[in-house]
Design a protein around this ligand. Structure first.
Ligand SMILES: [Ca+2]
Ligand SMILES: [Ca+2]
Length: 219
């Protein structure tokens, strides 16, 4: 019996580890960002790979080939298939929510990733002068400034999208909100880490296995 039980435990562990974690991903080509147009550029990213009913536990957005002068012009946001939205950056270096400024004058050039364990994007923008590119890297998402022009409002993507739908059409939105400086990006990728509920078939198999154990015990 001891052998049967340990076998059952191993079976369950194998079953749950196979279905407990899933990675969903999607990517799409970018383009030129319209200058001084709040309507911006919306890029549809079809994400697939999550189990049905999966819960989103981590979100990563990778923007490739991103070149733009005057980062303070820009707003980036993402929207999940069910319509949940979050800013990634929003008028960096600008306290326009309070004072109507122009934002940070530094440039962008390369691959920029946004995830909850990333660094301080506002700090990186403020640390370099205008016409100098912010070094590509992994940054935490932020929304509009808090009135000091030195810090954005933190956005925790895992919290925002925890109950959102993983599979389907996400939208990556960029808008440029100041005349003159322009830019482009070549590609965007959305990666989601998810935890999945066990599939009904697995539960049924576990139930049958349990019944088998009980009937063995009775003999
Ligand atoms: Ca700067
Ligand atoms: Ca512009």
């Amino acid at each position: 019996m001891k052998q049967v039980l340990s076998c059952a435990v191993a079976f369950c562990v194998a079953l749950f580890s196979a279905s407990a974690f899933g990675q969903a991903t999607g990517s799409a080509a970018g383009g030129a960002i319209p200058d001084n147009d709040a309507g911006g550029l919306s890029t549809v990213v079809n994400v697939s790979g999550a189990a049905a009913g999966a819960t989103i536990t981590d979100v990563e957005i990778i923007v490739d080939g991103l070149t733009h002068t005057w980062v303070g012009d820009l707003i980036f946001s993402i929207q999940s298939p069910d319509g949940t939205t979050a800013d990634l950056i929003n008028r960096v270096g600008d306290d326009s929510a309070v004072a109507g400024g122009f934002g940070d004058s530094s440039d962008l050039g390369g691959t920029y990733t946004f995830s909850d364990d990333g660094g301080d994007f506002w700090g990186a923008a403020i640390a370099v002068d205008g016409a100098t590119a912010i070094a590509p890297g992994d940054f935490a998402a932020t929304s509009v400034g808090v009135g000091t022009a030195t810090a954005g409002t933190p956005v925790n993507l895992a919290s925002v999208f925890n109950s959102a739908t993983a599979n389907g059409n996400w939208t990556f939105f960029i808008s440029d909100n100041g005349a003159g400086d322009t830019g482009t990006f070549t590609n965007v990728t959305i990666n989601l880490e998810t935890t999945a509920v066990p599939e009904p078939a697995s539960v049924a198999v576990l139930g049958l296995f349990g019944l088998g154990l009980i009937s063995r015990r009775r003999r």
